[in-house]
Ligand binder design. Structure first.
Ligand code: ACO
Length: 328
């Protein structure tokens, strides 16, 4: 049953925070950030913007691109680990503002793998035959969960949203094999300790910035490379595709060195890996959606192209998707 991405959209906030700006905030340098991460700048939301506002912009662009009206949607998923508030989900806010009155709407938290997790859920719902059109959004306000005094994390992240309309179409191609995984035993390597039911917010927690991202950078780096590499190789073997048949790999944009390590291990040519981490930083669940939309709009994807999406994030969670691009 062919399920296709029929339109994409993305949004990054107007405000740009450069490495030079960060030099004035923490003990770091443009040179250190560029060489260790490949990041030159990231976008930061305005104070009066929340995750649903970023999601809404990307969602509208994706619907326009697909030629689908909000009323036609029956599924609306927002992958995020930075919802507007703990309750209700940001998806219901987007559903209301978009006018998607016939859609059920919910958030999904798989951290940086969220877009791929949501895509696989949407595909399953459409394949059930009970739903016809889904909108998958990855949206994050990472600036709201970063400790701006911690130079080991604050230089990495940015805000933004990416979206895709997913539909059943007769045309062959579309979404192919997917592989998703998780290992909660390693949750301590990348987490936000306080602000939930385990450790509610307290003055002490706020003072220790336990409401912000804590990360063992080098450990995360190693797991990100090994899991995304293994997922990529497994998918290629299962599909009987060679690495050099891929027109484009669109990985989660965490760090240029992670992308390069995966690229060389999987055996993909340099110009076949989509990179925008230099301009966006790590936008977590929004990352693959933004990159996919930029690839589409810049003409990097042609009908029939074989594409691989890859992601890895807190949890740990990870995933990969093969698809044949179509103008279904
Ligand atoms: N500016 C200057 N110096 C810094 C900075 C900074 N921003 N941050 C750390 N340093 C220092 C450290 O204190 C350390 O100093 P020391 O040698 O005197 O102790 C030195 O730089 C080296 O630190 P490392 O942590 O070893 O640096 P590394 O090369 O591992 O790079 C980084 C750190 C960029 C965080 C890397 O480990 C990484 O990218 N990890 C993956 C993290 C990630 O992407 N997380 C996102 C969520 S998960 C995901 O999206 C995949």
């Amino acid at each position: 049953m062919p399920i296709h991405i029929t339109g994409t959209g993305s949004y990054t906030p107007e405000r740009v925070l450069t490495n030079a700006d960060l030099e004035a905030m923490v003990d770091t340098s443009d040179e250190w950030i560029r060489t260790r991460t490949g990041i030159h700048q990231r976008h930061i939301k305005a104070e009066d913007q929340a995750t649903s506002d970023l999601a809404l912009e990307a969602a509208q662009a994706a619907l326009d691109a697909a030629g689908v009206s909000a009323e036609e949607l029956d599924v609306l998923l927002v992958a995020t680990c930075t919802p507007d508030s703990p309750m209700p989900g940001s998806a219901t806010i987007v559903q209301d503002k978009l006018g998607a009155k016939n859609a059920f709407a919910m958030d999904l938290n798989a951290a940086c793998s969220g877009f791929l997790y949501a895509l696989e859920c949407a595909r399953g719902l459409l394949e059930s035959g009970r739903h016809r059109k889904a909108l998958v959004i990855g949206a994050e306000s990472m600036s709201s969960i970063v400790n701006w005094e911690d130079r080991t994390t604050c230089i990495l992240f940015g805000d933004g949203a990416g979206a895709a309309v997913v539909e059943y179409r007769e045309t062959p191609g579309g979404l192919g094999l997917a592989s998703l995984g998780a290992n909660g035993a390693l949750k301590e390597l990348l987490n936000i300790p306080a602000g939930g039911s385990r450790e509610p917010l307290s003055e002490e927690a706020l003072q220790d910035h336990r409401n912000c991202i804590k990360m063992s950078g080098q450990e995360v780096f190693k797991h990100a490379v090994s899991h995304m590499t293994r997922t990529a190789k497994q998918l290629l073997a299962e599909a009987d595709w060679q690495a050099d048949e891929l027109a484009l790999v669109i990985p989660h944009q965490a760090n240029q060195r992670i992308l390069e390590a995966i690229r060389s291990r999987v055996g993909v040519e340099k110009d076949k890996v989509f990179v925008n981490v230099d301009r966006t930083g790590n936008t977590s669940a929004a990352s693959v959606g933004i990159a996919l939309d930029e690839a589409v709009r810049s003409g990097r994807l042609q009908p029939g192209d074989k594409v691989m999406l890859l992601a890895f994030g807190a949890g740990f969670t990870w995933g990969g998707f093969l698809l044949e691009w179509s103008k279904a």
